[in-house]
Design a binder for this molecule. Structure first.
Ligand code: F0G
Length: 456
């Protein structure tokens, strides 16, 4: 059969409020043209993030009822630990309340001022947590990874030549760890090949640098490897994931992504000394090491989610449904980061709104237009999120100006996505009338969350 159906049926539902354009114009104005400030009730199709927005399965809800809320040594922890260890092989597993808590604890322990941490691309909270330590986060993704039109099966790969050069020219004392993000969220949800992970692992060993995986979307990455990398077609996504982790010294994880949980995460490490320090800080900021800021029921939801996320039928549907949106946009003349990623489709705002200059914030303008035209909420990943000022006060623009449509797992059906495509088609017909934006107010850090904007 050619048709790939959603491999589940819906048992419990949330109604969607159907709004009109006048209503949405008013809501947008009230929100200061920042889609993060909209009320979720006023959004029809919420593609702001795939994080914490998954539909949990009946088996996960059943597991929730098994949650053991004991302060120490809860059976939920041991089920969680076994499920995480089965996939990652990590010797030590520390639960945390979400991915950035893992980053904060790991970097507070390992990273000091003046250090440099290379990655393919750091996610924004990863970068912010490294910079908060007074250190530098360096992105070394391959060149194709920065060109929306470049076709490459593994556009998330790190440039191993530049990485080796980096290792060879930076004193070891200043490189506390190196990381790879799978899939590469900031670079378009693009996968990293096993060959690349293996190459990075070899270099990290050669230069004595601990190698950590930012594992948020490890299952989607594993499935891309199965589809695209020679030699992996007959392996299961679980086996591929296990091989990926076996090449690393540890991982950080937000279970809000590829564990179908609404909250949670972990740090995995094989380092016996480091883990003691991590646990000390964990107790200070998250909680006792067998719950780490989570309820026992959350740990059980993660343990069950990890079993479901490596299911091949699920992953086949997941990757196909993201590609359906991406290819539909391309057919309507909307340039995306090609090929479509695992969890999201990234629209190239510069070619979609070619009449707007960079300082007119085309990504922000596009995110607002999607909401106004169809009640669709996406997220700008461009100048608002990553733009900077240089020492002279001039704007420094990031390489790409994107709007991300992230797809919550197991939440929307194909007709929801058909609606998104129809809205985009209508918006494209009227794109010349979409005006630019300017920032009216911004906070000192992570401005995209709370800044307010005006129409130019
Ligand atoms: N690393 C990656 C690659 C991420 O995508 C995220 C979160 C984190 C770390 C932090 O995890 O949110 O649990 O603290 N990404 C979400 C997103 C927010 O929308 O892409 P967290």
């Amino acid at each position: 059969m050619k048709t790939i159906i959603e491999p589940f049926r819906i048992k419990s539902l949330e109604p969607i409020k159907i709004t009109d354009r006048a209503y949405r114009r008013a809501a947008l104005e009230n929100a200061g043209y920042n889609v993060f400030a909209l009320r979720a009730d006023d959004v029809m199709i919420d593609l702001l993030t795939d994080s914490g927005t998954s539909a949990m399965s009946a088996m996960q809800w059943s597991a929730v009822m098994m949650g053991d809320e004991s302060y120490a040594g809860a059976s939920s922890f041991y089920r969680f630990e076994a499920a995480v260890r089965h996939i990652t092989g990590c010797k030590h597993i520390i639960p945390v309340h979400q991915g950035r808590a893992a980053e904060k604890i790991l970097f507070s322990t390992m990273v000091k001022p003046g250090d440099v941490v290379p990655s393919n691309c750091h996610f924004d909270t990863t970068r912010a947590n490294i910079e908060a330590r007074g250190a530098e986060a360096v992105d070394l993704v391959i060149r194709e990874g920065l060109d929306p039109r470049a076709k490459h099966p593994f556009k998330g790969n790190i440039d191993l030549e530049r990485l080796e050069q980096f290792f060879a020219t930076t004193p070891r004392s200043r490189v506390p760890l190196c990381m790879i993000t799978v899939t590469n969220n900031t670079g378009g949800g693009q996968p990293v090949s096993m060959e690349n992970i293996r190459g990075m692992s070899r270099l990290a060993r050669k230069y004595g640098v601990p190698f950590y995986i930012d594992a948020c979307r490890f299952a989607e990455n594993a499935y891309f490897i199965k589809l695209r990398e020679p030699g992996y077609g007959d392996k299961t996504p679980e086996q591929i994931a296990q091989e990926m982790f076996s090449l690393s010294d540890g991982c950080t994880m937000s279970a809000k992504k590829d564990a179908f949980a609404n909250m949670g995460g972990w740090i995995g490490t094989n380092d016996d000394d480091l883990v003691q320090q991590l646990r000390n800080l964990l107790i200070l900021t998250e909680g006792f090491p067998t719950y780490g800021g989570l309820a026992g029921r959350d740990l059980d939801a993660i343990a069950q989610g990890l079993k479901e996320v490596v299911d091949e039928q699920y992953l086949r549907y997941r990757i196909a449904s993201t590609a359906y949106l991406g290819n539909g946009l391309l057919q309507r003349g909307i340039q995306i980061v090609e090929p479509p990623g695992g969890h999201a489709v990234y629209i190239d705002a510069l070619s979609t709104l070619p009449h707007l200059k960079r300082h007119e914030l085309p990504g922000q303008a596009l995110a607002c237009a999607l909401y106004e035209y169809g009640g669709i909420r996406g997220c700008e990943i461009g100048t608002v999120m990553f733009g900077k000022k240089d020492a002279q006060g001039n704007d420094v623009y990031p390489a790409m100006e994107l709007v991300r449509l992230a797809i919550p797992r197991r939440v929307y059906t194909q007709s929801h996505i058909d609606y998104v495509l129809e809205v985009c088609e209508e918006m494209m017909r009227e794109r010349d009338s979409i005006g630019g934006m300017r920032i009216a107010w911004e906070p000192p850090a992570l401005r995209h969350f709370t800044a307010r904007f005006e129409r130019r």
